[in-house]
Unconditional design. Structure first.
Length: 123
């Protein structure tokens, strides 16, 4: 299913924690809905609805195998999510670099730059 014709976008699809767990589960192997349902405390119908949202976003593929429908992860649409998050990585890296500098800075250097204020009882 083309991304432009998807009923749900990737961001909507992964917003739900159950759907994120479904994606993790399906990343290991193709599975029928009955086997998938055993991993969740919700009804098979509810699992099917979550799978439908993932399929409409292009994140899972449905395949008929006899009387059952099997589902497998289609990771390609996750590239959109990765690209979006990558933009914000710069901000995380800056914060982590500042934290690393703070942690690695000698305590005496910090006290020299920011001397502690005297408490009234210290006078």
């Amino acid at each position: 299913m083309a991304a432009s014709s998807a009923k749900h976008d990737v961001f909507q699809a992964i917003a739900d924690p159950t759907r994120r767990k479904l994606l993790k589960l399906l990343s290991k192997e193709e599975m029928p809905v009955t086997a998938i349902s055993e991993h969740f405390p919700i009804s098979r119908t509810a699992v099917s609805k979550h799978l439908r949202v993932l399929a409409e976003a292009g994140l899972v593929n449905e395949r008929k195998a006899g009387r059952e429908t099997r589902y497998k992860l289609e990771p390609e649409p996750l590239v959109e999510l990765k690209d979006w998050l990558q933009y914000f990585e710069l901000f995380w890296e800056n914060k982590l670099s500042a934290l690393r500098l703070f942690v690695e800075t000698d305590v005496t250097e910090v006290e020299h730059l920011h001397p502690a204020k005297e408490k009234p009882e210290d006078k």
